[in-house]
Design a protein around this ligand. Structure first.
Ligand code: PLP
Length: 427
């Protein structure tokens, strides 16, 4: 479930009227509900603990890396899954202890690995033999031995869209199944790494438990094989990717159904394995804890279409343009029951046709300056935003009860222009 609902005819985030945020912070603006983030984390962590006993949850920060979000999760005991040095640094800045940080990603540089090893992070998820060599070299030069796991590509593709599938052997991620034993043996003689186990992550926005089960069953068999060969396998990191409903009705109650089904499957498949399990949920924790609040700039009626031009654009929320993603659109002013609907093409101001949020969407009649919310925008929304078309980096707000705080002020034009440097030859 989430904590966005109509009260007295206006959409609220917890106790705060979105009209107030729009008036005080401006639009477009992301609005996150602390209660929703906390609820989803607690549900997930409790279910995994119950299913697995030893379970570590590392929130995948690339879904939403706002410091306020990280602090909120850190206070609940969450670890963080990172995919760049910037993310490791941001996790530290949010007060996450190094021993709760995992570093994943297919292209870690020498500098990034050095920073991670110096910081003393919990685990590096190694994605290739080349990276194994580099990590050992870097760590041993620092007189350290870094704990690490091999990310294995299970050759199981799944996910809501081709661009977010990662577990097929056609994808760039991980080492292949056949290679793991050999790499384990090689690593045993390397001075800078200590291999603790395995990791897998098959994709994002996966709603079919069967896909996870197929991948995890292969991993469990692999753990058995490796142990049989005398290798040490203490950890199995099962990745993230559990999907969320985007087509939520206004009375939507998310409930723990999918989380419970996932937990039951994990418990069953890993029963008796005697490893510590890790999880890296991102979208599941923050996805429907956020919305993007935007204002109608113009109505542009055409003979065959009705365009609704809003002040948010693909640089603020790229998911529809990039993944053909669906977002519910809720007017902030509660529509009267039975009020007539119009089919709108909802578009942003950016100068390309890809800047389209939806086409032919039936919505209550809207007019200039009305506020609308793109729902379920807490994951891969602000974290993927940019300044394309020299638009200001979007603002972010966190709500807690009747209170709210700006957790990323809207960028200023001075900041936008000031990041560039003129070449000396113009002086
Ligand atoms: C993106 C990613 C995640 C999180 O995926 P979600 O679909 O947001 O849960 C977890 N682990 C790794 C390695 C990732 O790249």
């Amino acid at each position: 479930m989430h904590h966005f609902a109509y009260r007295d005819g206006s959409l609220h985030a917890e106790g705060v009227d979105l009209r107030r945020i729009a008036a005080e912070v401006g639009t477009p603006v992301y609005v996150y509900s602390t209660a929703t983030i906390e609820r989803h984390y607690k549900l997930f962590a409790a279910a995994m603990k119950k299913a697995a006993g030893k379970a570590h949850v590392f929130y995948a920060m690339k879904a939403n890396g706002n410091l306020g979000v990280l602090k909120t999760l850190g206070a609940l005991g969450a670890g963080i899954d990172t995919v760049s040095e910037g993310e490791v640094r941001k996790a530290l800045a949010a007060g996450i202890p190094p021993e709760k940080i995992v570093f994943s990603g297919v292209g870690k540089s020498e500098q990034e690995l050095r920073f991670a090893v110096e910081t003393g992070i919990y685990q590096v998820n190694i994605e290739s033999e080349s990276e194994l060599d580099l990590l050992s070299k870097v760590a041993s030069s620092l007189g350290k031995r870094q704990e690490a796991v091999f990310r294995v590509n299970p050759d199981i593709g799944a996910g809501g869209h081709a661009k977010i599938t990662t577990g097929s052997s056609e994808n760039k991620f991980g080492v292949s199944f056949e290679e793991v034993g050999r790499l384990y043996s090689r690593a045993a003689n390397m001075p800078g790494v200590r291999i603790m186990g395995l990791a897998v992550h098959i994709g994002s926005q996966i709603r079919e438990i069967d896909a996870f089960e197929a991948a995890y069953s292969k991993m469990v068999a692999l753990v058995g094989d490796l142990k049989g060969e005398g290798h040490r396998v203490d950890r199995l990191d099962l990745g993230g990717g559990l999907g969320i409903p985007y087509d939520i009705p206004k009375t939507f109650d998310y409930g723990p159904g999918l989380i419970e089904a996932y937990a039951e499957m994990v418990g069953r498949v890993t029963k008796g394995l005697d490893v510590e399990l890790g999880f890296e949920p991102g979208r599941l924790i923050v996805g429907n804890a956020g919305l993007l609040l935007t204002r109608v700039l113009h109505l542009n009626p055409r003979p065959t279409k009705q365009f609704l031009v809003v002040d948010a654009a693909m640089n603020d929320l790229v998911r529809p343009a990039m993944y053909e993603a669906y977002h519910e659109i809720w007017p902030v002013a509660e529509p009267a029951i039975g009020s007539p609907e119009i089919a709108y093409d909802v578009v942003g101001p950016i100068c390309e046709s890809g800047d389209t949020f939806t086409t032919g969407r039936a919505l209550p009649q809207l007019k200039q300056n009305d506020l609308v919310a793109f729902m379920t925008a807490g994951a891969y929304g602000a974290s993927m935003s940019s300044t394309y078309n020299q638009r200001l980096l979007v603002a972010e707000v966190m709500v807690k009860g009747d209170d709210y705080a700006v957790t990323r002020p809207r960028q200023s034009y001075e900041e936008l222009i000031g990041t560039d440097r003129l070449p000396g030859w113009f002086a």
